[in-house]
Design a binder for this molecule. Structure first.
Ligand code: DOR
Length: 302
């Protein structure tokens, strides 16, 4: 059987497949469908310094080949997370990646500081949520803001720092370079693509927040293009996501230069999607006589 191990910022994962942040809270529900021990890592839903209720009204809508959401970073707050979610996930033989949410630099820093002595493997800084409101900024849209927030967070972090990027920018390579120069140990992309849906009978936006983030197969070509551009711009490892539902999709991301693969929206259609992706990657390696998954990363013939 091929060797599926990958290394992300010094942390060894048994395979490149992980859940994308926000697919479920911290894995409790997901554990009913799959054996969490099979995953390379579990990436948790964004957690902030205090509990957040999230946005009001309709938060999720189905679209062609995708899903729109404006959840608004609902989360139980870091104290509850430390009490319940870390001990739950630690029972499994998988790596824990904690996604960190905030509306201000201070909020990000307080979560990172609180996690300093906790047993988690990697941090994923969410500077890319399209649904931040009430004085919040999407830091990921501007190179200077990226540089500032990553530098300050990195200073306070014990665990390696993954920085999650937004596709809602014109020059993704410039944003990724700014994150790397500021100390990012890895880059994950893409978060959701800003979109909208309208109910023509009521002449109203479908989502309570009017706009939201698009995910699922509809955004896969955008995600793949951005992973490819970022892989050519930085040296740190990349975790690719955006519409991955099969092993073939995952292989496209690996060839484009991703070291890790995250599966999000597909889980809502098929709760076993991560396992299908994992098996599909393995089958591809066997078919093409590759001994190790790391040997195909970034090996696109141009
Ligand atoms: O699409 C998203 N929705 N991306 C995020 O980063 C957060 C999430 C939310 O909670 O709104």
């Amino acid at each position: 059987r091929p060797d599926l191990k990958v290394n992300i910022a010094g942390v060894e994962l048994k395979n490149p497949v992980m859940t994308a942040s926000g697919t479920f809270g911290s894995g409790l529900e997901y554990g009913e469908y799959i054996d969490l021990n099979q995953l390379g890592a579990v990436v948790t839903k964004g957690v902030a310094s205090v509990p957040w209720k999230g946005n009001s009204g309709v938060r999720v809508a189905e679209t062609y080949g995708g899903m729109l959401n404006s959840v608004g970073l609902q989360n139980p707050g870091i104290e509850e997370f430390i009490k319940k979610d870390i001990p739950f996930l630690r029972k499994y033989d998988t790596k824990i990646v904690v996604n960190i949410a905030g509306k201000t630099l201070e909020e990000y820093c307080s979560v990172v500081e609180r996690l300093y002595d906790e047993d988690v493997d990697l941090l994923e800084l969410n500077i890319s949520c399209p649904n931040v409101k009430e004085g919040g900024v999407c830091f990921g849209t501007d190179t200077e803001m990226v540089s500032y927030v990553v530098k300050e967070v990195k200073k306070r972090a014990k665990q390696p720092l993954i920085v999650k990027l937004t596709p809602n920018v014109t020059d993704i390579a410039a944003i990724a370079k700014a994150a790397e120069a500021a100390g990012a140990d890895a880059i994950s992309l893409i978060n959701t693509l800003l979109g909208m849906a309208i109910d023509i009978y009521r002449r109203k936006p479908v989502l309570g927040n009017i706009v939201g983030g698009l995910s699922g197969p509809a955004i896969k070509p955008v995600a793949l293009r951005m992973v490819y551009q970022v892989a050519n711009a930085v040296k740190v490892p990349i975790i690719g996501m955006g519409g991955i539902i099969s092993g073939e999709d995952a292989v496209e991301f690996l060839l484009a230069g991703a070291t890790g693969i995250a599966v999000g929206t597909a889980n809502f259609v098929n709760p076993r999607a991560t396992m299908d992706v994992l098996e599909g990657v393995e089958e591809y390696l066997v078919k093409y006589n590759e001994d190790k998954v790391i040997d195909i990363i970034g090996t696109l013939n141009i």
